[in-house]
Ligand binder design. Structure first.
Ligand code: PEP
Ligand code: MG
Length: 590
């Protein structure tokens, strides 16, 4: 039966495919495709994990048998029997083999997928007692997963190693595994989970949680695949292998669509492809408004390899390299100076002489690195995040600064510091920059000059622009966080997503003041938050005087089209009116 689920539209387009459910597990599970020759060894890994748990439970059963009934309650004996029975259940074993053989899922993914399938069957059972077996099944699956982790499971390579063509087990693309597009449905995906899929396996994705500018949504946009987040119960309502349409423009997920609906969306998909084709003709067109204002369109990237995508989209530089993605998904083991240097150098050389703005690591909040420092903070977005994290560990920060400075010997590099709010933080940052240079001199290592910039993403920073302009060569406005912190709206929380308003008068005022202050002092200013890639905002930002926009490569051509149609002589007075209004969105049209 066809039904629709509503969520938040975060990455545009239409995807039609079969659902792949990524089951939520308390154990951190890697999801990747294996190669056909690895099928037997993956099945063996599951078998070894299961056998280890069977041995453990059998030993426990024997211990319990030797205890008196006072020390070992009947329930414990019964529970062990049930767990052992479930572990040896053919449906679990055969199902896991099926996902490994037919879909080429890695062992952990196959196990959690089959858990999901059986758990659904338990959910539908009339008998309450049997329904409760679901919790037992979850427990034993977790035990097996943990046992597999202890059994030297292959380590998931760091994201930069997971690209097509590098010869490792992640290389396998959709065409090699199945012949229908797959769409990913999950309760929650971390940005680094999603990055694992950046090789193009999935045609779209849906999550139950998340806001429009959560980092998971940002990575989805960078992948240029339709996505819906905040779909609340999607992962419970959609079943493994269901046909699903993801309408990334409307934020709607249609499950089990009828032939008429399928035909309608097929048509929409073709129209969107035609529109993309039309836009691609603008790649080499200079980005200049009707009245001759040059507008710089830069790319936001997550990995060095994205430089190639940025160039293909016609970016004239990288305005934001989110370096934290090199630090994530590696269980807290941080990259050393050499690894970072090589990554930054790849990005710099990849941009072929165009400038690359490397933002120092911005982890914390919804970008965890798995470090013990992160645990149990009540408000992580207000906690040890970004520059605060870096300044709390000067040795780690110096390592990063040294790597960036060394990469600057190979091309134009700008360094961007996230989340500054305090003069003390500015001074410490500058002192550590000096120290990094002094150390490189001492070690006889070559490095290049860099421009130093600050992100304006905390209202406090936007209210002390003169201080910032005294110390920095340029500013870049992080509107995602500026909105979050100005309006006190968690950007990753779908329950307050309706209040997350880029056109709130207070947000626009801070933004306009930042642009004006930079212009008055002849300093470069860019916007690198999601607002820069939103075509509904282009005219307003141009009217406020912005001439440098940094966004995901996939958005560059659509924004360029807006620039080519704009006349700043008309937009400037109009944007002042918008700025003065109590309800700016009413003046901006749709
Ligand atoms: C921002 O806050 O707007 C920004 C660009 O940084 P991030 O989204 O990575 O926090
Ligand atoms: Mg930010």
């Amino acid at each position: 039966m066809t039904f629709a689920i509503h969520g938040l539209a975060v990455a545009q387009g239409v995807a039609i495919g079969r659902a792949v459910l990524v089951a939520a597990s308390r154990v951190d599970v890697a999801h990747y495709f294996i190669k056909p020759h690895q099928v037997a060894s993956e099945i063996d890994r599951v078998r070894s994990g299961r056998n280890a748990v069977v041995d453990e439970l059998t030993r426990l059963q024997q211990t319990v048998a030797h205890m008196g009934s006072k020390d070992a309650p009947q329930e414990l004996k019964a529970l062990l029997d049930v767990h052992l029975m479930l572990l040896q259940d053919e449906e679990l074993v055969e199902g896991v083999k099926h996902w490994i053989k037919e879909r080429l899922y890695n062992a952990e993914w196959a196990l959690t997928t089959q858990l999901e399938v059986i758990a659904r069957q338990f959910d539908e059972m009339e008998d309450e007692h049997l329904r409760e077996r679901k919790a037992d099944l979850e427990q034993i699956t977790e035990k097996v997963l943990r046992a597999m982790q202890g059994l030297a499971s292959p380590v998931v390579p760091a994201p930069q190693d997971k690209r097509k063509g590098n010869g490792n087990q992640q290389d396998l693309l959709l065409e090699d595994t199945v012949d229908v597009p797959l769409v990913l449905i999950a309760h929650e995906l971390s940005p680094s989970d999603l990055l694992q899929f950046k090789q193009g396996v999935f045609a779209g994705f849906v999550t139950d949680v998340g806001g429009k500018t959560s980092h998971t949504a940002i990575v989805a946009r960078s992948m240029d695949i339709p996505a819906v987040v905040g779909a609340r119960t999607a992962s419970q309502l959609v079943r493994q292998d269901d046909w699903v349409i993801i309408d990334g423009d409307a934020g709607v997920v249609i499950v089990d669509p009828s032939p008429i609906i399928l035909a309608e969306y097929g048509f929409k998909q073709r129209q969107l492809n035609l529109e993309r084709g039309r836009l691609s003709r603008l790649i080499n067109t200079p980005s200049v408004t009707l009245d001759g204002q040059k507008v710089e369109l830069l790319a936001n990237i997550e990995m060095p390899e994205d430089a190639a995508t940025a160039l293909r989209a016609g970016a004239v530089g990288v305005g934001l390299f989110r370096s934290e993605f090199l630090f994530m998904g590696r269980q807290g083991r941080l990259p050393d100076e050499e690894e970072q240097y090589r990554a930054y150098r790849r990005a710099v050389e990849g941009m072929q002489g165009l400038p690359v703005t490397i933002r120092t690591v911005d982890v914390g909040a919804d970008k965890p690195v798995g470090s013990p420092k992160e645990e149990s903070h009540l408000n992580p977005a207000l906690g040890l995040r970004a520059i605060r994290w870096s300044l709390a560990d000067p040795a780690m920060f110096i390592t990063q600064l040294r790597a960036i400075l060394r990469a600057a010997a190979h091309g134009q590099v700008h360094v961007l510091i996230p989340m500054l709010a305090h003069i003390g933080e500015i001074r410490q940052t500058l002192a550590l920059m000096d120290q990094a240079r002094a150390e490189l001199d001492r070690d006889g290592l070559v490095y290049g000059p860099v421009k130093l910039g600050a992100m304006i993403e905390i209202p406090a920073a936007a209210l002390m622009l003169n201080t910032f302009l005294k110390y920095f060569d340029f500013l870049s406005v992080g509107t995602n966080d500026l909105i979050q912190y100005t309006l006190a709206i968690d950007r990753a929380d779908e329950s307050v997503a309706h209040l997350y308003d880029p056109t709130h008068p207070a947000v626009l005022r801070l933004l306009a003041d930042t642009i004006a202050a930079c212009q008055a002092q002849g300093k470069h200013v860019a916007v690198c938050g999601e607002m820069a890639g939103d075509t509904h905002m282009t005219r307003l930002l141009l009217g406020l005087g912005l001439r440098s926009f940094s966004m995901h490569p996939a958005q560059i051509l659509a924004v360029k089209q807006e620039v080519l149609r704009a006349d700043t002589r008309q937009l400037t007075p109009w944007s002042q009116e918008v700025l003065e209004s109590d309800e700016p969105s009413q003046l901006m049209g749709s």
